[in-house]
Design a protein around this ligand. Structure first.
Ligand code: PLP
Length: 395
C-alpha cells in the first residue's frame, strides 16, 4: 500500500522543490544570539530571529530556569486542570496580566494553541468574526474551528473594516481580530481607529501581540501602549517564543470572564500538557526584567531606528515600519534570494521572502533587529547591504 502513497508524496515534494518553495533548514550549533555559529563552523550575525530583546540566551533567564529545575523538577506530566498547575504557572499568569494591564491570563503551550483555542469556546453560529486579511495562520485556523460567521477585511483598511462591521450587525456578537504587528511588512494595526469602529458597531476587539509584545510602545507593552488604549481591548494573545525569551509558550490575557470560560472550554488548554515549570519561572523573570528597567526596549528602539535610517538613506526601498521588522524591498524573487545568499557570504544572516509568502512582485529581505545587536553588528550589516546593493545595482 505504501508504495502508491510514497510515489504521490515524492511527486508532491518535487512540485514544491520545482516551484522553488522547498524550505531547507540551516543548522545552528551555538545558542541563539546576535552572533551564531552554524554547524559548518561559519560565524554569522543573526538578523532573522524573533529574539527582539536578546533574551534567548539571557544569563538571568537561564539562571531562573535552572533554579526552577531544582525546585520544581522537569515536567508536569499533566494538563492544567488535572494536576498540571504549579505556583510558577499562576505567578506567570498574574505577571502577564499586570504587564498588559488586563484582568487575567491563561497559558498555553504556544500562541498557535492560544489562537487555535480562542474562538470556538466563546462564539457560536449566531456571532461574527471580522478578521484582517494578513492575520497569522494560527488565527485563521482558530477562526476555522469556530462556527461564527466569517468576514475578512483588507489589511489595516478601516473603510473595508467598517463595511464588514455594518454587514455583521445582523449577528449577535461581533469581534474584530487583528495581529498587532504584521510580520511581513512590520506595520502595526491601527488600533485606535479599530477601537473607534468597534465602539460604533458594538464589537469586541482581539489583538495578537506576538510580534509587538516587548517591542512596540515605549515600554514594550505592545500596540495597546503605542495607541494609548491599554486595558481597552477585551482579548490579547501573545507568545513567549519571540521577544519574551524565545523558548516556548503562549497566552491569552484579557477580561476575567473570557479567561474563566477558556479555562473551562478551550480544547488546546484542556487536552494538552502544561508548559514546563522552568519555562514559567524564566517567563516570570523576563516580565520582572522588563518592568524593572526599560534598557532592553530602549536599545531595541535605538537599533531599529539606526538601521532603518541608514538603509533608507542609502536609497533602499523599505516598507514603513513601526516595529523591529524592516522589509527591504527588492521586488524580484530571484534577486532577493541572490541578495540574501551574498549577504550570508558577508556574514549577515537574513531571509529573502517571495511569493506566495508575500504578494507576487513584492519580494524582499526581511531584517529583524534585536537589543542584542551592538553598534559594530549594525554597522557591519549596513556596510554589507551597501556593498551588495551596489554590486547588484539596487542602489
Ligand atoms: C509567531 C506567532 C504566533 C505563534 O506563536 P507560537 O507561540 O510560536 O506558536 C502566533 N501569532 C502571531 C501573530 C505570530 O507572529
Amino acid at each position: 500500500m505504501y508504495s502508491d502513497f510514497q510515489k504521490h508524496l515524492q511527486a508532491e515534494l518535487e512540485r514544491i522543490s520545482d516551484a522553488g518553495l522547498y524550505k531547507d533548514e540551516r543548522v545552528i550549533g551555538s545558542p541563539q544570539a546576535a552572533e551564531i555559529e552554524l554547524v559548518d563552523g561559519q560565524r554569522v550575525l543573526n538578523f532573522c530571529a524573533n529574539n527582539y530583546l536578546g533574551l534567548s540566551n539571557s544569563p538571568e533567564l537561564i539562571e531562573a530556569a535552572k533554579k526552577a529545575l531544582d525546585t520544581h523538577g522537569y515536567g508536569m506530566s499533566s494538563v492544567r486542570f488535572i494536576c498540571g498547575t504549579s505556583d510558577l504557572h499562576k505567578e506567570l499568569e498574574e505577571k502577564i496580566a499586570a504587564f498588559f494591564g488586563t484582568e487575567d491570563t491563561i497559558l498555553y503551550a504556544a500562541c498557535f494553541d492560544a489562537n487555535g483555542g480562542l474562538f470556538e469556546p466563546l462564539l457560536t453560529s449566531e456571532d461574527a468574526i471580522i478578521s484582517d486579511s494578513l492575520n497569522h495562520a494560527s488565527i485563521i485556523d482558530g477562526v476555522r474551528l469556530c462556527k461564527a460567521k466569517r468576514y475578512r477585511y483588507e489589511n489595516a483598511d478601516m473603510e473595508d473594516l467598517e463595511n464588514r462591521l455594518a454587514a455583521a450587525q445582523e449577528q449577535r456578537f461581533s469581534i474584530v481580530v487583528t495581529d498587532g504587528v504584521f510580520s511581513m511588512d512590520g506595520n502595526v494595526a491601527p488600533l485606535d481607529k479599530i477601537l473607534k469602529l468597534a465602539e460604533k458597531y458594538n464589537a469586541l476587539v482581539m489583538v495578537d501581540e506576538s510580534h509587538s509584545a516587548g517591542v512596540v510602545g515605549k515600554t514594550g507593552r505592545g500596540v495597546t501602549e503605542l495607541f494609548n488604549v491599554k486595558g481597552r481591548v477585551e482579548i490579547i494573545t501573545g507568545t513567549l517564543g519571540k521577544a519574551f525569551g524565545g523558548a516556548i509558550g503562549g497566552f491569552t490575557t484579557g477580561k476575567k470572564e473570557i479567561i474563566a470560560l477558556l479555562r473551562q472550554r478551550s480544547r488546546p488548554y484542556l487536552f494538552s500538557n502544561s508548559i514546563p515549570p522552568l519555562v514559567a519561572a524564566a517567563g516570570s523573570r523576563m516580565i520582572d526584567m522588563m518592568t524593572e528597567t526599560n534598557e532592553l526596549q530602549d536599545k531595541l528602539h535605538y537599533n531599529t531606528s539606526y538601521f532603518v535610517d541608514h538603509i533608507s538613506e542609502m536609497g533602499f526601498d523599505i516598507k514603513p515600519t513601526q516595529s523591529a521588522i524592516c522589509a527591504v524591498m527588492l521586488y524580484d524573487a530571484r534577486l532577493s534570494q541572490e541578495f540574501a545568499s551574498r549577504l550570508l557570504d558577508e556574514g549577515i544572516y537574513v531571509i529573502g521572502f517571495s511569493y506566495p509568502v508575500v504578494p507576487e512582485g513584492e519580494a524582499r529581505i526581511r531584517v529583524q533587529l534585536s537589543a542584542a545587536h551592538v553598534q559594530e553588528h549594525l554597522d557591519k550589516a549596513i556596510r554589507a547591504f551597501e556593498k551588495i546593493g551596489k554590486e547588484m545595482k539596487v542602489v
